[in-house]
Design a binder for this molecule. Structure first.
Ligand code: MRU
Length: 349
């Protein structure tokens, strides 16, 4: 594959019969691999956020199905199919909000059902590899479509990390930023640090510095103040799940940014493949919101800074109503001012 100059980061690879993940818990200080030999390694990697970001979780799970099928075949021979279902359920439960996880498992399971009782590894591995390459192509297509919406010399704001690290490569929101920068349309990127896990400070800033795209970090609560200065044209984010009416689940804090954007006349773009759209949920209220350990909020690298004895609530996603979204960019096309009708038409293309 040809890697463009603004596309140097790959965090998911199949090497020597194993799944190798760039361990995002240690970025940007260390670039360490996390090797998955068995299904429980894959589930841990998703749960502990070695790998994170909706499309990346999905692709990782696809390779998890390969590993599970390999183990089932080694243990049970031609009866392997009877044993894989329990594994797929465990894998699907690793994180609740990103629908790409269930989507990828469903894709792989469709092929599992078509397999004979013979060794399924090569067939399933080919499918997982295809899904990985397709994700990169989809991101490049969305990158070009999203960049078309942006005027020359724009400054933009992004939240969380929706980059190469959150996908098979190139990124969704950062894919648009990469393409628009390459086309001379973006002069500066502001990145919310993204409390509490600091995906913005640690991952988005790392990606943009690596690609030589000018970036300034801000604390999440500076976003409204930044927009008030008047020189941000778009907020550009990814998504973990989009409901059938266009409501968008994304990293906690996205909703506040969307409200601030509307108030200040800043446009709000969501970049996500159609595998992120969940037509089974009518509105965003039905999307399960993951809550993670309060420790993620109350300590940094194992050191408590919050007052001992205080409780904490740590929902890690929120829902931005479709009304606050100006554009949803997918590989099947762009929807302006999304609603249920427009989403239904897009999904039937
Ligand atoms: O908790 P995370 O880091 O997995 O959350 C990731 C996000 O919220 C991203 O913005 C989203 O998955 C889109 S990634 C292309």
């Amino acid at each position: 594959m040809i890697i463009m100059s603004n596309d140097s980061i790959r965090a998911i690879a199949w090497r020597d019969e194993t799944l190798v993940l760039l361990d995002q818990r240690y970025l940007p200080q260390q670039e360490t691999d996390f090797v998955c030999n068995k299904l429980s390694d894959v589930i841990d990697a998703i749960r502990l956020m070695v790998v994170r970001g909706a499309p990346a979780i999905g692709i990782t799970a696809a390779f998890g199905v390969v590993i599970s099928a390999r183990d089932c075949f080694h243990q049970h021979g031609d009866q392997w199919k009877q044993f894989i279902n329990a594994d797929l359920k465990l894998l699907a439960a690793a994180r609740p909000t990103a629908v790409n996880l269930a989507w990828a498992i469903e894709q792989m399971n469709g092929l599992v059902q078509e397999c004979s009782s013979a060794d399924p590894c090569d067939i399933l591995l080919q499918k997982a590899q295809d899904m990985l390459l397709e994700d990169i192509q989809v991101n490049k297509a969305m990158g070009a479509s999203g960049a078309d919406l942006i005027e020359r010399d724009s400054q933009v704001l992004t939240h969380c990390n929706a980059g190469a690290l959150a996908t098979a490569g190139f990124g969704t929101a950062l894919g648009v930023i990469r393409s628009a920068f390459e086309a001379g349309k973006i002069k500066h990127v502001y990145a919310d640090e993204t409390r509490p896990w600091l995906q913005g400070a640690r991952l988005t800033a790392w990606e943009l510095v690596k690609e030589k795209i000018p970036v300034s970090l801000i604390v999440d609560s500076a976003a409204a103040h930044l927009m008030k200065q008047g020189d941000i044209s778009w907020v550009i984010v990814g998504s973990d799940r989009i409901a059938a009416n266009g409501d968008v689940a994304n990293k906690i804090g996205t909703y506040s940014v969307a409200i601030a954007a509307r108030y200040h006349g800043v446009k709000f773009m969501v970049v996500a493949p159609t595998s992120t759209i969940d037509m089974s949920l009518a509105t965003g209220d039905l999307i399960p919101i993951e809550e993670r350990s309060p420790d993620e909020m109350m300590q940094i690298e194992g050191h408590y800074f919050a007052a001992k004895g205080s409780n904490a609530w740590n929902p890690v996603f929120d829902i931005t109503p479709a009304d606050l979204v100006d554009a949803i960019v997918t590989e099947k096309g762009v929807i302006m001012q999304p609603n249920a009708d427009k989403i239904r038409k897009l999904m039937s293309r």
